[in-house]
Design a protein around this ligand. Structure first.
Ligand SMILES: Nc1ncnc2c1ncn2[C@@H]1O[C@H](COP(=O)(O)OP(=O)(O)O)[C@@H](O)[C@H]1O
Ligand SMILES: [Mg+2]
Length: 238
């Protein structure tokens, strides 16, 4: 795939936790204007990969190119957000004692233009966040907290949104709402989405492409329609 059409291009990435080699010569293409879903069993390195993209873990070799050429490996953590990457970590990690509005404001710190205003678009996508603006984060349901975490990642109006298992432990109707928001962000806002998701129906419904990881390597990739029963059996079922 040509570099210009890629929002993210990862090549020969290696990562270690101490002596433990976790990512092996990892390759990943994330085309612009699409949702790419990274799949794989527990412990294969999906979250580690997202942390490497965001700079929360250091890599030993390889390259992560953003938007047709910026080498992320050389950039500091805050700089990567500022370049236009929104990140919703696994487990959400919102601030339970801050209000919904204050949680959203924390995301503004890395906005490139220095704006202190929460974009109205966030409340349009997640009306529940407007209704609950003054409630504490910790008082929201799990699903609402996930919506808040996504809203917080969106306040910088990123080009790329990374979501690590957004449906984990959340009631099905909110999972579906999150899926719909992903499609709207792509269609209406021109975003690119990199999703980590283990649930097949969700991936099939909302992703355009898939990449499967197994023991720290990318073992398959393609259009979501090409995700075969054979691949699922080999790399996804337990
Ligand atoms: N901070 C850490 N220190 C050491 N090992 C870790 C750390 N985080 C994750 N691991 C290990 O790295 C492997 C990949 O973990 P992770 O990236 O969380 O996988 P996944 O998100 O696919 O479930 C696992 O074996 C996990 O135990
Ligand atoms: Mg994970």
């Amino acid at each position: 795939m040509p570099t210009e059409s890629q929002m993210l291009k990862i090549e020969k990435l290696n990562q270690f936790y101490g002596e433990s080699h976790t990512l092996w010569e990892l390759e990943l293409d994330v085309p612009k204007g699409q949702c790419t879903c990274v799949m794989g069993r527990n412990g294969v390195g999906k979250t580690t990969l997202m942390k490497c993209v965001m700079g929360e873990e250091t890599t030993s070799s390889g390259s992560i190119q953003f938007d047709g050429g910026t080498e992320l490996i050389k950039q500091k953590l805050e700089e990567r957000s500022r370049l236009g990457i929104g990140y919703v970590p696994q487990g959400r990690q919102i601030f339970p004692l801050l209000t919904v509005e204050e949680n959203l404001r924390t995301g503004l710190a890395v906005r490139k233009d220095g704006s202190k205003k929460i974009p109205e678009r966030i409340y349009e996508l997640f009306p529940v966040l407007k209704e609950m603006k003054n409630r504490r984060g910790g008082d929201l349901s799990g699903g609402q907290q996930q919506q808040l975490a996504i809203g917080r990642a969106l306040v910088i109006e990123p080009q790329l949104l990374i979501l690590d298992e957004p449906g984990e432990g959340i009631q099905p109707n909110i999972v579906a709402q999150i899926g719909e928001v992903i499609r709207r962000l792509i269609k209406e806002d021109g975003l690119t989405v990199l999703l980590v998701e283990q649930k097949l129906p969700f991936a099939r419904k909302y992703a355009d492409r898939f990449a499967i990881m197994d023991r720290g390597r990318r073992v398959a990739e393609g259009e979501i329609a090409e995700l075969s029963d054979e691949l699922i059996k080999k790399h996804l079922t337990v």
